[in-house]
Design a protein around this ligand. Sequence first.
Ligand code: SD4
Length: 349
Amino acid sequence: MINRRKFIHGSAFTSFAALLANKVQAMPSQEIVTGKPVVISTWDAGLAANKAAWDVLSKNGKALDAVEKGVMVTEDSQNCCVGLGANPDRDGFVTLDASIMDDKFNCGSVAFLERIKHPISVARRVMEKTPHVMLVGAGAQQFAVAEGFPLEEQKLSEDAKKAYENWLKKSEYKPPAINVENKQGHGPFAPAKLESGEWNHDTIGMVAMDSFGNLSGSCTTSGAGFKMRGRVGDSPIIGAGLFVDNEVGACTATGQGEDVIRVAGSHSVVELMRQGLSPEAACKKIVERIVKIKGDKVKEIQVAFLAVNKQGQVGSFAIHPGFEYAIKNSTEEKLVKSKSWFNPVKNIQ
Ligand code: SD4
């Protein structure tokens, strides 16, 4: 169990006022300007996902196809907490959320979907084949099966099984304290350390600009581990976990979905970019809004936004240090550490 002292950063502070006083962002804003096409996605799983997206983008493919193909890699991965092997809800069932949005405000999503391997592709079918934007639960599953998606057996990964058995001992839905020193847990979304030693996350959000300059985005997740049955996060909610306006830019979110939803996070970031803010500045403003709303409780949650604007400028901002994103274009392929509202903390016992 992580010691509470571990997330109190540096000097002692006990109140929200003190928290505000300690807020620092010393780093100069050096946003990455990329050529098109470009793809960016959340966390380190984004590296593999970006490769698949790049296969599409580098052949003058559409951003929409790229963001679907990209996150399918993550949904497929046995070592990942995004797809069917992920942490279950508190009743032991894996329930998945996903959304997709193109350059013409077409969008589709699924939520509380069980036993389907590629929720992102079901979300795309919702967008393309139904008059609706969102299908949930049994209805989403029924639609997926009718569209030819196989109904899989739920098979928790070994890591998820262990985590669930461990959770059952107390059966408490209580976010673990944040340890900003390691891969910086983020409430109930603390990254899982896999047997392989890798860290993993339960969400991937991806936005891309293709060689025609068109934007699209996708977001797919198993949501919060051991959540209440029926809980849906921000990822399938257009405007919260994902938003694309082809005239302005695109944004995706990760972290505590409830806090992303309450500020219509991704939509708010895009609106600020419309007003002229850079992607990083826009992400920062919405993080600050959440920080203000949460007061002292901000210590317990992580939220991060990742955005690209129409000029190919990329930026992100998180509440806590440790959020990273993967970027790929014709000249580079790398993980970038995000700036954050809290300072990076070193050597905390
Ligand atoms: C959710 N935003 O369901 C997702 C979880 C997440 O990294 O992003 N985890 O609230």
